[in-house]
Each structure stands twice: as C-alpha cells, then as structure tokens.
Design a protein around this ligand. Structure first.
Ligand SMILES: NC(=O)C1=CN([C@@H]2O[C@H](COP(=O)(O)OP(=O)(O)OC[C@H]3O[C@@H](n4cnc5c(N)ncnc54)[C@H](O)[C@@H]3O)[C@@H](O)[C@H]2O)C=CC1
Ligand SMILES: O=C(O)C(=O)COP(=O)(O)O
Length: 411
C-alpha cells in the first residue's frame, strides 16, 4: 500500500444522530472499521473538534454542516445525509471544497406517506381531541364535526416521491386527489394537477405539504394561504418547519370558530436539539392538533434501509470514486478497478483542464487507460486510470494543474 492512499482502517467515519446500525454493518462489510458513532447531533464547537480528523461524516436532519464547520474539516472527503433533506448542509461550500454530499432520496418516503394517511383519518374524526378528553376521564360520544375520508379531496403541495405515494394511498381509501407543484408532473391514478394555488386551496378538505426547504418554499404558507382554504379543512406539514408561518397557523386553529378543523405538524421552525430539551411552540395545547417530534421518516424499516443505502454510497465513493446520486457533485458511476490505479481530480470548471491533464501525462510518458469526466456549472470531476507504477507521478502532475481543488489516488 502506497503512502499516498490510505489503508481502509485509517479512513475515519464519524456517524452522528444515531444512524441505524446497518450503516456500521455495511461499512464493516466493505472493510471499513474506523468508525466513531454518536447517538446525538453536536453543537458547532464540538462538531468542529470531532470533524477535524474525519474523512466521512454521516448526519441526519439536525446537524448543521455550515461553511464554517466545513472549512475546519481538513480531511473530509464525503458527507452523507442519512435522510432525504440536505438543507442542513451548505451544499455549495461542500462543492467548492470538492466534497460530494449523498442522501437517501427514497428510503423513508413510504413512512411519511403512511403517517400522513393515519393523521388525515384521525383529524377528520377529531380523535386527538376526543383522545385527550378520554385520558382526563371525559366521554365525548358525538358525531359533530366527524367526517369520513371517502369522497373528500386531499390537496398535496409538492408532488414528488412522498406526495405521489400519499396520493395513491389516499385514493385507496376513496379520496379525490389534487396536487400543486411548480413543475408539471405526471398525475398518478386519478390525481389532478391544479396550477393556481388559491383555486387548489379552495377545493381541498385536507392540505398536506411535501416540498423541500428551498428559497422558494420559505414561508410559502402563511395567513393568506390559510384564509384561502375551505372552512374547517385540515392542514398537515411533515416537510420542513420553515415552509409554514407557525404563528399564522396557530391563529387559524384558535378561537371559538377556528378557520381550520385541525392540523398535524411534524416539523417546526425551531426544533429541540436533543430529546432532553423542551419543545416550545405556539401550537401546544390547541384542540385537534397532532404534534409529533419530526418522526415522519423514523420507522425501523426506513432507518435500516437508509443506513445500508448511504453507507453503501460512502463505500462506493471511497473504493471506486463513484459519485452516483450525489446531490451537489458531478455524477460518475464507475466499475471497480482491479490491477490499475484510479486517480480522482476535482477542479473548478473552466475550459481546457482535460487537455492540460492529457498533455502533462503525455510529457511524463504516463499512459491513461480510462478516463471519465462529468461537470456541474462550478466544478469538474475527472477520474483517470493509469498503471499502478505510474500512480505517484500521475498524482504529482494532477496536483500541479491550475484550478485543482483536490486530487487523490485509489490503489
Ligand atoms: N418529516 C420527516 O421526517 C421527513 C421530511 N421530509 C421532507 O419532505 C420533503 C419532500 O420529500 P420528497 O417528496 O422525497 O421530495 P421530492 O424532491 O421528491 O419532491 C418535492 C416536490 O416539491 C416540488 N416543489 C419544490 N418547490 C416547490 C414550490 N415552491 N411549490 C410547489 N412545489 C414545489 C418539487 O417540484 C417536487 O415535485 C423533503 O425535502 C424533506 O424536507 C422527507 C422525509 C422525512
Ligand atoms: O429525511 C428527511 O428529510 C427527514 O426530515 C428525516 O430526518 P431525520 O433523519 O428523522 O432527522
């Protein structure tokens, strides 16, 4: 093993937020054993301390990987979000540092869709309210305000992986499904896309949000949107807390004749940093409101599959340089590379880099046996294969190329 490629047991993985043990198993199976595992997220100072010697870091939705933290992560080569959302990572800063960010775009989607179906049924029957009364010794046997889901309209905002599955499940219990999305989407089943948000809101008996946290979704739902909903409709948010104006939501749920019939909220603009911290919210104590601690994707099945998926992406990137499905990085899917050395080169995307590499190698008599290139607007990612005897010379040449962000060799 050469000095310029780390042995597998020297490659350090820092896994935070109690990711499933399947992640450790997957890494072990791939030969990676140097793993630090923590059940919690870390506040910035501790995170900076811990991340300094990590080559890979695995997080869930809580850990904030800001540009400041990333700047301190001198050895970091890969980030894994063991969840769907990647808004907790400064993706651009990671890209500029040549660090791919992976996530698990599918594994917990069914869990979220199932939870929302359950919540729709419970809210339509006013179960949260009746359940709370029964626990206090009350007996509210009444049909007032209780309705069936059959024949009602579910309006889904964000018709992606979760929204589409939710729509299919809702149709199986007899609901009509409409959706609102900034993109034109293929409607599944009998779903119907409505392009005007106000028209969409006026039709729906239940509105459920399934958009990512982006600039366009920040506070996209506020007083104006609640006012445009049907009287007595229910509202569900299991996407991100920043999408909804929480005070406006509280207003729409309060009073003697509230605008909304109920709500189920899983995500909040400010969430406790650990299970020991108090949950503070203007929604506490309001009738017919289900509050859950960001557990939409927290099922055993989802967590196990996510562990395998993201750890598998780490291993493929570390072993072969494959970046397939990275969210901030040129995607290259590569076979294993027996008998040859593979060089990975990340550079700022500018014309002529490949020519420079080829010229430099030709001058040194280094034969390139395979070459892969992918680019985004800002960076390019070249993977080259050379004879193992040439790998050190090739790496030295790559590091000299102007615009190089990172270069490393896999043996
Ligand atoms: N509560 C929880 O535990 C979980 C929450 N999530 C959240 O759910 C989000 C959605 O997940 P997926 O369905 O897998 O994402 P996705 O990327 O498959 O779908 C998102 C959809 O929203 C649409 N969209 C984006 N901006 C929009 C806007 N301004 N207005 C209307 N539509 C817009 C997109 O075009 C896309 O169709 C994730 O980004 C994550 O933040 C995901 C998993 C678990
Ligand atoms: O997958 C997502 O985006 C989620 O919000 C789930 O986050 P978590 O892994 O439960 O912290």
């Amino acid at each position: 093993m050469s000095k310029f490629s780390l042995a597998k047991d020297k490659i350090k993985f820092l896994l935070l937020e109690g990711v499933h043990q399947s992640a450790i198993q997957t890494l072990n199976n791939a030969g990676y054993t140097n793993i630090e595992y923590l059940k919690t997220s870390l506040a910035e100072p501790e995170l900076i301390e811990k991340i300094k010697d990590a080559h890979f870091v695995g997080i869930r939705s809580r850990t904030q990987l800001t540009s400041k933290v990333l700047a301190e992560a001198e050895k970091l080569i890969g980030i894994g979000c063991f969840c769907i959302g990647t808004n907790q990572v400064d993706l651009e800063a990671a890209q500029e540092l040549g660090i791919p960010v992976f996530n698990a775009p599918f594994s917990n989607t069914r869990s979220v869709a199932e939870l929302v179906i359950g919540e729709i049924l419970l809210l339509f029957r006013r179960i949260p309210e009746k359940n709370a009364k029964a626990h206090l010794g009350g007996w509210d046997k009444s049909a007032t305000g209780s309705i069936e889901a059959r024949g009602k309209t579910l309006g889904i905002i964000g018709y992606g992986h979760i929204g589409t599955q939710l729509g299919i499940l809702a149709e199986t219990i007899g609901m009509n499904v409409t959706f609102y999305d900034i993109e034109d989407k293929l409607p599944l089943g009998n779903a119907n896309q409505v392009h005007d948000l106000n028209e969409f809101l006026a039709q729906a008996d239940a509105v459920s949000l399934h958009v990512p946290e982006t600039d366009s979704t920040q506070n996209m739902f506020g007083a104006e949107q609640f006012a445009a909903m049907k009287d007595g409709a229910i509202f569900i948010n299991a996407s991100r807390g920043t999408v909804v104006d929480i005070d406006a939501l509280a207003e729409a749920l309060k009073g003697d004749s509230p605008k909304l019939g109920g709500a189920a909220i899983d995500v909040f603009p400010v969430e406790p940093k650990s299970n020991d911290e108090e949950f503070v919210s203007p929604l506490r104590g309001i009738n017919n409101v289900i509050l859950t601690p960001h557990i939409g994707g927290s099922t055993l099945e989802a967590q196990q599959n996510i562990g395998i998926e993201v750890a598998g992406k780490f291993a493929k990137y570390s072993d072969n340089g494959s970046t397939l499905s990275a969210v901030n990085f040129p995607e290259v899917s590569l076979p294993s590379h027996e008998g040859r050395s593979r060089l990975l080169h990340v550079h700022t995307n500018r014309p002529g880099i490949l020519t420079k590499i080829n010229l430099a190698f030709a001058e040194k008599g280094i034969n390139i046996s395979a070459q892969f290139l992918q680019t985004t607007d800002k960076i390019g990612y070249v993977v080259l294969e050379v004879d193992s005897d040439d790998s050190q010379a090739a790496l030295d040449e790559l590091k000299q190329i102007e615009g190089t962000i990172r270069a490393r060799v896999l043996l």
